[in-house]
Write a new protein. Structure first.
Length: 130
């Protein structure tokens, strides 16, 4: 079993801040420590809040529930514990994120190179036909 990335508090990290941090800070965070509530997850039912305006704004549909109203016209989805979601720049994995050792890295890279080679081959092949 691979080792998993941990949050600064020591718990298993299930969120990863994808852009990373410039100062090499830990970008892996647990479910309790992650910053929640971000405007990127907010929707408005006022059409003037969108540019170009969206007629009637964006109303929650059945699939969006559970939701929470931030104010009279802004809503956001919440999880089963009623918590807002982190910024969309976070990616979630309930099983955590593996710390790869050199062997696992090698396998992933070789798979990647194979698919790139395959892509290039298909691309050349296609162009020949045209
Ligand atoms: Zn934590």
């Amino acid at each position: 079993m691979s080792k998993k990335h941990l949050c600064n508090c020591g718990k298993l990290a299930v969120w990863l801040y994808m852009p990373g941090y410039e100062n090499n800070e830990n970008s892996f965070v647990c479910d309790d420590c992650v910053d929640r509530g971000c405007q990127c997850n907010y929707y408005s039912i006022r059409e003037e809040d969108y540019n170009p305006p969206i007629k009637g704004g964006i109303l929650p549909t059945e699939e969006d529930y559970p939701i929470k109203w931030i104010n009279d016209y802004t809503w956001t989805k919440v999880d089963e514990k009623g918590r807002e979601y982190p910024c969309c720049e976070y990616t979630y994995n309930e099983n955590g994120f593996n710390i790869m050792n050199w062997f696992e890295r090698k396998i992933i890279y070789s798979k990647l190179f194979t698919s790139i080679r395959f892509f290039i081959y298909n691309f050349k092949h296609k162009n020949k036909k045209i």
